[in-house]
Ligand binder design. Sequence first.
Ligand code: 4NP
Length: 158
Amino acid sequence: MTGAFPQKVKSILFVCLGNICRSPLAQAAMEEAAKKHKLDLQIDSAGTGDWHIGQPPDPRGQAAAMAGGVDISEYRGRQISNRDFLEFDMIVALDHSNHDDLMAMGGDGPAHISLMLDHVAGSEGQAVADPYYGGDQDFQECWSILRQAADALASKLR
Ligand code: 4NP
């Protein structure tokens, strides 16, 4: 995690590798948590890679979110850009590799960079496992972990 937790957070970007599995689910979970905690936040997601630009989230992730009543079918993959490091107050990585890539791109900039699970008491420093090569249950677990983590992050931002 870089520096102190920012004072007033207005925008958060969630970043994984492909922007089709974990970070769209993190974005959706945070949008739900922001509603619940009455936070006015700009929330988005991106991938460090470029393979899935313009593509919808993985159907297994869409199904996991839909089972919780959240429709992410309109989300589209995009790749992180240098501008994101100026536009977002917080950039939240899903795993260590994403975190390393973010630090290399913008670690000396104004955005606060952290791991998603840094915001969950007792899980600091841990990665959210990539469900891409897994099955439906891995996506359901991922969604469940991300909902809890988003709720914990939203509680910190109140
Ligand atoms: P994500 O999962 O980083 O959670 O979106 C992946 C999606 C696609 C690939 C790898 C991970 N891929 O190699 O295409």
